[in-house]
Design a protein around this ligand. Sequence first.
Ligand code: ADP
Ligand code: MG
Length: 638
Amino acid sequence: MGRIRILSDTVANKIAAGEVVERPASVVKELLENSLDAGSNEIRIAVESGGTRLIRIADDGCGMLRDDALLAFERHATSKLSDVKDLLSIATLGFRGEALPSIASVSRLTLETRAEEDSTGTKVEIAGGKLLRCDEAALPRGTIITVRDLFFNVPARKKFLRSEQTELAHIASLVTHYSLAHPQRAFQLHHGATELLSVAPVAGLGERVYQVFGSEAVADLIDLGVQERVLELPPPYQPQVQPEERDNEGRERAFILRGFVSRPQIQKPNRNSIFLFVNGRLIRDKLLIHAISSAYYNLMPASAHPFALLFLDCDCEEVDVNVHPSKTEVRFRHPSFVHDFIRDTIRQVLIERRPASTVPSQYSPQRAADLPYSEFSQRMEEAAFTAPLEIPPDKPEDLPVFTLHREQGPAPRFEFTDAPLRMTPPDTHGALPGVDTTLDQPTMSSFRDLRPLGQIHDSFIIAAGRDGLWIVDQHVAHERILFERVLKERAVGRVEMQRLLMPVVLQLSAAQQIEFARIADELNSTGFEVEPFGNRTIAVKAAPAGIGPADIERVVVEILEVAERELRTVSLDDKRRAIAASIACRAAIKVNMRLDMTKMEWLLTALAATEYPMSCPHGRPVALRYSMRDILKSFHRI
Ligand code: ADP
Ligand code: MG
């Protein structure tokens, strides 16, 4: 006799239950979907002990005829699908006919149901998959399903359940989100005597969001409205038809996205606040989650996640829902189209709804070539959001260290435009009409009146000036101050230095060794005390004040590299300035560093005392000014 046997239905159902019924919330999900498929207007759910002891769901839907009430517990018994072709166009939430038999095989289940057309209802009792009784009963139209003692006969699975509170949280979240997907229906959820949710029918999603989350939370959300993008499909391939008779009309598939996303300042520690519905079905989908994360890229630290409640509706043929037994995964026919549609739509809405008064910057065209415009404008753009963003740390090694022999260009200016703000690279524009691009004497002197108001993102100082509002990049400002100080001290031969407890020993390449020999004297008069230390090795015993021990090696290496590249061809004066610029950059305070008022005041006063407060030794702007005139103009006062 062969060894292969066909499993009994009871065993098969139990196995299927492992896939469909993972935890109490999955039971609620299946039963809730059935009630929605039955066209119910009111769905009442009661649970006890996190759903393990009891789940009861009562609806006023179409109910089941007596024969169907029994048939519903057969495997693959469904009223929603009859042909394999139907699989391509499933409009209901259920279709596999697996949920009821699976749930009934791992619990004590009672079904009470009456269809409109039947005068009496039916009551069915099943325990661990065995039919106990089936009776006639006087019932209102609709269906009540009671699931007791979930997993009573599968102790292994019961062990994997989390605490009552955790299971309840899953159920509450699930019911809440289905209620959001169906604003026109009423939902109730009770845990024991506690009411967790009770929402009456409302006209639309906005009102339901308000009912569920309250007015405060709604203020943090952005309504996406109804967004549509059409996918053009090539004409169908019609080999038997003559080319001239072919239907050349491409088919169009519309994708509609609705929902709410949080403003970037709302940051959740995990993805549990992302809810995705595809054609009314709650799903988890990596592709869509990735699209959402990409929309927030740069607006939120990578470790944080937004709240999102998204409803994507599309032609049934564009999405395969039959990927997973619990129907929580889908496969899109055109995944990258869907991904980009979602990413772009959210991104666009986030940009449009940013806080209004942002101050754009605009450099004059002649500075475009040597300023890292994109980097800076991006930083300004990020700073416009109030979210605690990571300002990218300064990377001095990426900047042209030696630019001092160039003419210092005019200071950057910026103009005010109405939000939404669009940053355009300056080289596509001429000088801005009405915007003065020369650095005049009054501008220089107005640095002296700057009064710090505070800091944004621990990186930029906001200051009130006689002539308007200023934004000062703290790192760049400090760099300018230190640069001039080092140069001055060097001129009188007294650079402030720090002696190191342990010398920093550096291994040099052959080329660096040669450069070191050439600039050793200069280094030693600029606050360093560096000595040869055996073959191709040097010992740094002292360094200019302010450079942290970890940075000393980098400053020396940077100076040697620049020396190798450029210093050979330039004057002694330029050489000194280049060394001073390297020191200043390393010793300056960084972005993402909180400053108290005294430090901000000190920084602004010291900046005002510099010879050229408008740009750093590398040519980056120190400050942006939003002039009084522009402020008045923007408020329509002039
Ligand atoms: P599926 O939903 O995939 O069809 P189920 O096992 O969940 O499979 O349900 C089997 C059938 O029982 C459904 O197709 C439907 O005809 C019927 N049914 C289940 N729940 C309800 C309900 N609440 N109201 C009316 N009919 C229901
Ligand atoms: Mg179902």
